[in-house]
Ligand binder design. Structure first.
Ligand SMILES: [Zn+2]
Ligand SMILES: [Zn+2]
Length: 225
């Protein structure tokens, strides 16, 4: 089993100590993600199992665990080819481009498209991002805020629905899923925003399929949910 992480904020790793396969000696689990300064992936992963946070220490994990750094470049496993790009979000955070059977999926859960927090990612960050997502069959991207909320959240490392829509249009993706919803947003609000974004896209003449990511839905590369 391979687990690819974009970064180590709680909302992305908190379930691991309770992940049953960790305690099965038959399992082999490889965790791949970006090293944070001089802290390696194993320490980042095991750190949340310190005694203050969790009663079972990492040393009692029964599965065979492997760890690997992936801060830039690519990775291959089985028929999957992955490419990563560092994005704008606090700490060292990556997005993934996954290629399988001629299809391309981009997974970028945390990224501030219009931000300017990391000078080292400038001046061509957005151009590189559009290129990275170019012609993806499926793009899942951060859509945490509305345009009204964003001025109060500038620099927090998340994007608006409108910014994400424009990225999808500019990159020519086939299907866009708004992702990493604000936890305070209701399903009703998300549905209303999705309807508005579909109108925006239709007005620009795009045939991009637009939806909000939700649990329990299978997305197939033929365009059917
Ligand atoms: Zn985060
Ligand atoms: Zn997050």
């Amino acid at each position: 089993m391979h687990i690819f992480l974009t970064h180590f904020h709680w909302d992305h790793i908190q379930g691991f100590p309770f992940f049953a396969p960790l305690y099965d000696p038959e399992d082999v689990i490889k965790v791949i993600g970006p090293k944070q300064k001089d802290i390696d992936v194993q320490n980042l992963f095991a750190g949340q199992m310190g005694p203050i946070y969790f009663p079972v220490p990492f040393s009692l994990v029964a599965a065979e665990m492997e760890f690997e750094h992936l801060n830039d470049g690519g990775y291959e496993v089985g028929d999957f080819e992955l490419e990563v790009m560092r994005v704008r979000h606090p700490s060292f955070v990556i997005g993934y481009k996954i290629k399988i059977d001629g299809h391309v999926i981009c997974f970028i859960p945390d990224n501030e498209i219009e931000g300017d927090m990391y000078p080292e990612l400038e001046p061509d960050f957005r151009t590189r991002l559009v290129d990275f997502c170019g012609d993806a069959d499926l793009l899942l991207h951060d859509s945490m805020y509305t345009e009204d909320e964003y001025p109060h959240r500038h620099g927090w490392g998340h994007s608006t629905f409108e910014q994400t829509l424009q990225l999808g249009l500019d990159a020519g993706v086939n299907k866009l899923l708004f992702f990493h919803h604000d936890p305070m947003r209701t399903d009703y609000e998300i549905s209303a925003i999705v309807a508005k974004m579909r109108e925006h896209a239709a007005r620009s003449g795009s045939g991009m399929i637009i939806d909000a990511a939700r649990e329990g839905v299978d997305y197939r590369m033929d365009g059917d949910a």
